[in-house]
Design a binder for this molecule. Structure first.
Ligand code: ASP
Length: 352
């Protein structure tokens, strides 16, 4: 009889503890982590000494202490590549995958692990193409898992905490590393080795995160959304330089480019030869956007000489505002697809 009483008691204890475990999980928000590769998922190859893709999404998440107390995590492995190998087509696939998971009402937000080299552009591509406005945080690492102090685990924990927070609910797509939260539109990678590499210059961070708390500084920039086309139009990004004879612009115009972005100098000026090449491209119906290598303030219609920003705008080139050239290329690509190449409509998307 005593044995039966003891067995019934222990079964009840087990059921009660299972209830509390289930209840605690039930309270945790659901977050999907979509992994794509990058240093965060790399280890040092002992033969070559170089960082190579070596960590699975599951191992990545299991290496983050305390993550299970913040959210109920699902891991989706999209790919495992260094982000120097990323393409707009892979970002389109990533955008569709993220939207699929955000469409689940149970999912609070998505964290994307991605290499830092092209993270700013990849985050911006999703900012422009996701149907959902739920929070998405891009996260990566500047030090791989073999390093003496990898930064990936803390970055993942912070990104998951961020997408679960009330403060983040209208930030849409962000880049979150080293406790700083940047908007996808304004963020730039500014340091090739330091963990404090992403910032948004004069426009400032969206917020900060420490000790599991999100601090809000700013609202996200105005929203721009584009349908994902079946095929992304061929859009190239060129720089210019002293003595440039414009041959690269002409080559792009003669080899299928539907859009050309040119990273100019100063407030958006090019030399006379490049100016002639730009007119040659526009005469073929190619949309040309002018950005600048200068970090702050962007492009202005200031100079009226051959190749000056005011001359270029007057002749039909689109001034790229304060977007980096790499991001202007993605915006131009999506705008060409949406407006079927109509530059009078396309230019509206670049206005300040
Ligand atoms: N080369 C790496 C990448 O972009 C750098 C990093 O992840 O930090 O994938």
């Amino acid at each position: 009889m005593k044995l039966i009483r003891y067995m019934v008691f222990s079964v009840c204890c087990i059921m009660v503890s299972m209830f509390f475990v289930a209840a605690s999980y039930a309270e945790l928000p659901k977050v999907v982590i979509v992994t794509t590769g990058g240093t965060i998922a790399e280890k040092t190859d002992p033969k070559t000494g170089g960082a190579v893709p070596a960590v699975s999404g599951k191992d990545l998440v299991e290496a983050v202490p305390g993550l299970g107390k913040v959210a109920d995590i699902e891991v989706v492995n999209l790919c495992n590549i260094d982000s120097s190998q990323m393409t707009p087509e892979i970002w389109a696939k990533l955008s569709r995958t993220v939207d699929e998971h955000l469409a689940d009402p149970e999912v609070k937000g998505v964290v994307v692990t991605h290499g830092t080299d092209t993270m700013a552009e990849g985050a911006y591509f999703l900012e422009l193409t996701l149907k959902s406005d739920k929070p998405v945080a891009f996260v990566g690492a500047m030090r791989d898992a073999s390093d003496v102090s990898p930064d990936g685990p803390a970055n993942i924990l912070n990104a998951v905490t961020q997408v679960c927070s009330e403060e983040a609910k209208d930030w849409r797509v962000t880049v979150t590393l080293n406790e700083y939260i940047n908007s996808a539109r304004n963020v730039v990678k500014t340091n090739s080795t330091n963990v404090q590499t992403f910032d948004s210059g004069e426009k400032g961070y969206l917020g900060y995160i420490a000790m599991g708390k999100v601090v809000r500084y700013n609202d996200a920039p105005p929203k721009q959304k584009f349908p994902l086309p079946d095929e992304l139009p061929d859009t190239v990004f060129l720089s210019t330089f002293a003595g440039d004879d414009g041959s690269f612009v002409r080559f792009a115009a003669d080899n299928g480019a539907k859009g050309i972005v040119i990273d100019a100098v100063g407030a958006g000026n090019v030399n006379a030869e490049v100016y002639e090449a730009i007119k040659y491209a526009m005469a073929k119906g190619i949309a040309v956007v002018i950005t600048t290598r200068v970090y702050h303030s962007g492009v202005w219609p200031m100079y009226g000489d051959q190749g000056g920003g005011e001359t270029l705008e007057r002749d039909g080139a689109i001034l790229g505002n304060d977007l980096t050239g790499a991001k202007a290329r993605l915006l131009l690509m999506l705008a060409i697809a949406k407006e079927k190449g109509d530059t009078s409509k396309i230019k509206e998307y670049f206005k300040r």
